[in-house]
Ligand binder design. Structure first.
Ligand code: SF4
Ligand code: SF4
Length: 85
């Protein structure tokens, strides 16, 4: 299984990664303090810096094709593998 790693301060919230994910493993959601997969962006991020970011909605669907990583226009995504649950 795979996990996406997002540089949330680089992401421009375009949604391309979600659009190209054929198995529909990714979703978009809006965060205040927490980044994708629970990574902490900042303990004191102002509301104005809320953003919409991709997250791994259903890791069981991800086949590791890397399209999301390769199609991101700002190279905000990378992937790591995780042990199956
Ligand atoms: S690696 Fe492929 S299947 Fe997995 S989230 Fe990215 S686009 Fe979707
Ligand atoms: S393609 Fe890249 S910039 Fe666009 S939402 Fe996905 S991670 Fe963010």
């Amino acid at each position: 299984m795979f996990r996406i790693v997002l540089q949330a301060k680089v992401c421009v919230s375009c949604g391309i990664c979600v659009d190209v994910c054929r198995p529909v493993a990714l979703g978009l959601r809006t965060f205040r303090n927490n980044g994708v997969e629970g990574a902490r962006l900042s303990a004191s991020l102002p509301v104005a810096e809320m953003g919409t970011f991709p997250y791994m909605r259903d890791a069981a669907r991800c086949d590791g094709c890397m399209l999301c990583v390769n199609e991101c226009p700002v190279e905000a995504l990378s992937m790591t593998s995780i042990a199956p649950m």
